[in-house]
Design a protein around this ligand. Structure first.
Ligand code: ADP
Ligand code: MG
Length: 567
């Protein structure tokens, strides 16, 4: 394998790459980079997700850009705002040691003024979503008449999203003699159409099999009754103590529902979909990237192309209608040589879909059993012990307190002490999974179903203590953008530690929330100055109506020593 230097990358960029830990080019980079550096070609490059396509076009683009000339020379078009930001961020990292190169992400859903100001100062490489770029073209705020390279990233997705007219309008503003480069994980008829329309005699590079799933992803499916889907999801997550995953849903609504249920059940989860504002989406993504969020529940479009490392699972809560999307979903894991697992939760009638996907990705799924309650408890216990054995003890801080601690624990012998400490963290699993039913469905055989577990619903992450709740009423609801995670977040922000939260009901224009009575004043205070769409939200206590539901931890499930921190 050649090094980046051997395939022609210059020393300023090499410096950036080595600080990123890129040692040698990936196969797609090894093919695309020398080709772009040596020849003026149009190119269609098909490579699996996670193979490093961004650097494959990004590095030569940076190197071929004249940083002394303020004119826009490179244009990268991406289907979504997130992808746009990510690609710009990646290119900035590669070019950290390249002098006076300006790269700018322009995308909708964010204020246009700062983008216009940045453009005025001169930007050599623009990474854009088609809609916003056209807006800027129409306002005469961007000049792409000197573009030498136009890149379509995730090209098929852009066309599927109906950006055809936008793309036509954009490309009409670029010079005919530019090079056009197209990158995609899959070859679809849309990709072929783009190649025919915008490219002259393109070189086609296919790295790996066409439409293949990422090499180091293993594919598993679980078969359950459709109604047990959510319980199955929880078991899959609980069975992996350090779970860090994306859960894919088919619709925004489903995304919303699953995320809300997980949050209410005390998981560290949030939703990513098109109904959120740009700021909300950024916030969710930052939390997820920083591993302050354990489970991201997303629609296909929102999570397309997202590059997050170290995911343990991609979970198909529902398989996508368009099976090509499966490749994109599973490609979110197993990135950059790491291994990952793509999981599908299916019911009997969906078995044929698994077979179809197998044909498409040319790989077999492994059918797995939904773990039993006992198995999950064992897994969690082992992980807890593991955390304890690895925790770092700060002797200096502990030593002065040790005598007092030892005195308090004097009466407990070692065995008793171990049992108690384990119970402290572990009772909730034992309680939740006590007599948990088998959720697996095998062909023909009818099994016990999860009714009882559903009835117990949210109790897993609840504590055992009963608390008095105060019921609060808010004059804003779903339409004003109120969401359970927002309410819990607000309470967490009060700095009161973990406040127990009970029922949350969000209606169209109102919301109801139960929380630990001892903090009534502080909660009222925290919501005093909240404004939504310029309007102050009012909050009041519902008198004579104390909540009765069992409490759960405010928001984030947080275990000491676990890598997921409370936000
Ligand atoms: P794709 O667009 O093909 O899905 P990305 O360009 O997003 O893939 O890259 C996937 C991951 O691999 C990113 O985290 C990226 O930083 C990493 N990566 C890319 N090229 C290399 C390399 N040569 N060495 C190490 N890591 C790399
Ligand atoms: Mg990509």
């Amino acid at each position: 394998m050649n090094t980046f230097a051997e395939i022609g990358i210059n020393k300023d960029i090499l410096k950036g790459l080595s600080s990123l830990g890129f040692q040698e080019p990936t196969p797609v980079q090894a093919q695309v980079i020398p080709l772009m550096l040596e020849r003026q070609v149009d190119l269609v490059s098909l490579a699996q997700t996670g193979t490093g396509k961004t650097a494959a076009f990004g590095l030569p683009l940076i190197q071929l850009t004249n940083a002394k000339n303020r004119q826009t020379q490179g244009l990268i078009l991406c289907p979504t705002r997130e992808l746009c930001v990510q690609v710009a961020r990646d290119l900035e990292a590669y070019s950290r040691y390249v002098d006076s190169l300006r790269i700018l992400a322009v995308y909708g859903g964010a204020s246009i003024e700062p983008q216009i100001n940045a453009l005025r100062r001169g930007v050599q490489i623009i990474v854009a979503t088609p809609g916003r770029l056209n807006d800027l073209i129409r306002r005469g705020k961007v000049d792409i008449s000197g573009v030498r390279y136009a890149v379509f990233d995730e090209a098929d997705e852009m066309l599927q999203m109906g950006f055809q007219d936008e793309l036509n309008a954009i490309l009409a503003q670029t010079p005919a003699e530019k090079n056009t480069l197209l990158f995609s994980a899959t070859m679809s008829k849309e990709v072929a159409a783009i190649a025919n329309k915008y490219m002259s005699d393109p070189v086609e590079l296919t790295i790996g099999k066409r439409n293949a799933g990422a090499e180091n992803v293993c594919h598993e499916y679980y078969m359950v009754h459709a109604k047990d889907r959510y319980l199955a999801l929880k078991r899959i997550v609980d069975n992996c103590p350090n779970n860090y995953s994306i859960v894919f849903c088919r619709t925004r609504r489903e995304t919303h529902e699953v995320a809300n249920k997980l949050i209410q059940d005390g998981y560290n989860a949030d939703a990513l979909h098109g109904d959120l504002s740009q700021a909300q989406r950024d916030q969710v993504m930052n939390k997820f990237r920083g591993k302050n969020l354990q489970i991201l529940v997303a629609t296909d479009v929102a999570a397309r192309g997202l590059d997050v490392n170290d995911l343990t699972h991609v979970i198909n809560y529902n398989l996508p209608d368009d099976l090509a999307s499966y490749t994109h979903r599973s490609g979110r894991t197993g990135r950059a040589g790491r291994t990952g697992t793509s999981v599908a939760i299916v019911h009997m009638k969906e078995r044929f879909k698994i077979r179809e996907i197998e044909k498409k990705i040319n790989k077999k799924f492994k059918q797995c059993r939904i773990p039993s309650g006992v198995e999950i408890c064992k897994k969690q216990l082992v992980s807890l012990i593991d955390v304890v054995t690895k925790v770092e003890v700060d002797q200096e801080q502990i030593d002065p307190l040790y005598a007092e601690i030892a005195e308090k624990l004097e009466l407990l012998d070692r065995e008793e002490l171990i049992k108690r400490f384990v119970s402290l963290e572990f009772n909730r699993y034992l309680e939740y999974y006590k007599n948990a039913p088998d959720l697996n469905v095998s062909d023909g055989a009818k099994k016990q179903h999860g009714k009882r577990e559903r009835q117990r619903g949210a109790s897993l992450h609840n504590s055992n203590h009963k608390h008095k709740f105060t019921r609060f009423f808010l004059n804003a609801g779903r339409r004003q953008g109120i969401m359970p995670q927002g309410l819990i977040g607000k309470i967490n922000d009060c700095g009161l530690g973990r406040v127990k939260v009970g029922k949350i009901e969000i209606k169209r224009n109102t919301a109801m929330l139960e929380a630990d009575s001892r903090f009534t004043a502080q909660i009222l205070d925290a919501f005093q100055h909240v404004k939504i769409n310029g309007k102050t939200v009012s909050i009041e206590v519902v008198r004579g109506n104390h909540g009765t539901s069992r409490p759960k931890h405010g928001g984030i499930r947080h275990r000491k020593g676990c890598k997921f921190k409370a936000a």
